[in-house]
Ligand binder design. Structure first.
Ligand code: BG6
Length: 484
């Protein structure tokens, strides 16, 4: 048996994509609540539609409906968490990765006291997980910061955000520390560069005294420092805790062995690693520092920042993996969509309906690379396939394509473990259909559990078990030995 007996099998969700209940019990408006569903945009072209303007935000604020703002309604997990967790337990989940909506705890981000109703809600969720022996892995910030902090400070560009985030984190550690051992600071911290508004609340038209690019790198710096301080507090307040950092693993291949292609792919991989280097190794890598210098970016740092990073490294490295990328020096090469990033089409790989290239071996490569580089425990906290599902007359969903995707990835994961990678868990994205982060669709379905809702919010919200539900149950039961 290649996986440890205590291997954490489960699934991952994020508050803004499942909870709904966006304006009740004191919750403030978050950046996710103004993300709109764009029925006219080609789903393979979404990477080009990440930008949000002040005008778009104002329009969204004025509109209190949920039709075109699906993250406001989610899948109503807020009211149905008991039933949903019960279903996860039925599959045998050992863990559930979930996030806490900052705006439920500090609605605008700057209140003196936290919102007790928000705290009570998460305690109930954790109680329900405990009842089923499901270990929570909690992300403190998963694309859902208070919109007010974006409006007022242009998000993480302002250093003030460090203190506000640390204050929010401390409340979480104090209130939920008895339930939660595994924590993560920022979901896919590297994604600030790909969607600065979603991850860091940065609006381009508000970048006046500094460029958009400077804003992005400055915000990233603030998030690294905030993560390091939160790590310190977490260790102080919850002695047994483990604080991880999280990376979008964007493994990039050269399109050919032309050294120009190789160089481009190397650049892309180094750039991707730099975010984990800072959090796991505790310092900006020299090549990344030079890269910023060459771009003319001079970060505003305080004297102790480097020391804080050095002294408060992440205990483990979590990452998401959906696809690999390919780079080519030839600009005429056909492009392919991906997780908010476009790449060159890899002729050896099939793609999902959303154009993401399916590459199970890429997961093994990623695990080997990451473990070799960092030598800390790893966990795969997102992996899955967005696909269209059909419900047949008997109310069944035969999602063999999803089973095939997951099976191949788990197989490669096991092979990497056999080669010596220290991996302590796998949480697929997502155990239940939810609202897509990038396209705000629900028709891009990831779950083992089907949710009766369409992209405009019509439907009963009824939950149905797909074929993959029974398949994953067996996988967990046999600790990954029976993949079908
Ligand atoms: C990850 C995010 O990058 O990709 C998730 O952390 C997201 O929030 C997932 O849902 C899948 O992307 P999408 O755009 O299909 O929802």
């Amino acid at each position: 048996m290649s996986l440890k007996e205590e291997f954490l099998w489960g699934g991952a969700i994020a508050a803004n994509q499942v909870e709904g209940a966006w304006d009740i019990n004191g919750k403030g408006i978050s950046v996710a609540d103004v993300a709109s569903y764009k029925p006219k945009v080609d789903v393979k072209d979404y990477a080009a539609h990440n930008t949000i303007t002040s005008e778009m935000i104002e329009k969204a604020r004025a509109d209190r409906t949920t039709e075109f703002y699906p993250k406001r309604r989610g899948i109503d997990f807020y009211h149905r968490y008991e039933e949903d967790i019960q279903l996860f337990a039925e599959m045998g989940f050992k863990t559930l990765r979930l996030s806490i909506a900052w705006t439920r705890i500090f609605p605008n981000g700057e209140e003196k006291e936290p919102n007790q109703l928000g705290i009570n809600y998460y305690k109930k969720v954790f109680e329900q997980l405990k009842r089923h022996n499901i270990e929570p892995i909690v992300t403190l910030s998963h694309y859902e910061m208070p919109l007010e902090l974006s409006d007022k400070y242009n998000g993480w560009v302002d250093r003030k955000l460090i203190d506000l985030f640390v204050k929010f984190s401390e409340v979480c550690f104090k209130e939920f520390g008895s339930y939660v051992k595994y924590w993560l600071t920022f979901n896919e911290v590297d994604s600030v560069g790909r969607h600065p508004f979603t991850t860091a609340g940065i609006v381009e038209d508000k970048c006046i005294e500094y460029s958009y690019e400077e804003a992005i790198y400055q915000a990233l710096h603030h998030q690294y420092v905030a993560a390091a301080i939160a790590t310190k507090k977490c260790h102080e307040l919850i002695p047994e805790s483990q604080m991880g950092c999280m990376l979008t693993k964007l493994t990039t291949y050269p399109n050919t062995c032309n050294p120009n292609d190789v160089l481009l792919s190397l650049d892309s991989n180094l750039n991707n690693y730099s975010h984990a280097d800072i959090q796991v190794l505790g310092a900006y890598p020299p090549l990344y520092k030079k890269y910023l210098e060459n771009k003319g970016i001079s970060l505003k740092k305080e004297v102790d920042d480097d020391k804080i990073l050095k002294e408060n490294k992440a205990d483990y490295l979590a990452f998401s993996y959906y696809m690999s990328r390919t780079e080519s020096a030839d600009p005429t090469k056909e492009r392919a969509a991906g997780n908010t990033v476009m790449s060159v089409k890899n002729p050896y790989l099939p793609s999902t309906d959303w154009g993401w290239q399916i590459d199970p071996i890429g997961l093994k490569i990623s695990l080997l690379e990451l473990y070799d580089r960092y030598q800390v425990p790893l966990i795969i906290v997102e992996n899955g396939m967005g696909a269209k599902d059909e419900v047949d007359e008997a109310n069944k969903i035969h999602d063999d394509y999803r089973i095939s995707y997951l099976k191949q990835h788990i197989q490669q994961m096991k092979e990497a473990v056999d080669l010596g990678v220290d991996l302590f868990g796998y949480t697929s994205w997502a155990p239940i259909d939810l609202i897509s982060a990038s396209t705000s669709q629900i028709s891009k379905r990831y779950g083992y559990i089907y949710v009766d809702q369409d992209d405009l919010g019509n439907g009963t919200q009824e939950r149905l078990k797909k074929d993959s539900f029974y398949w994953y149950k067996k996988v967990i039961e046999t600790n990954g030995e029976e993949l079908g």
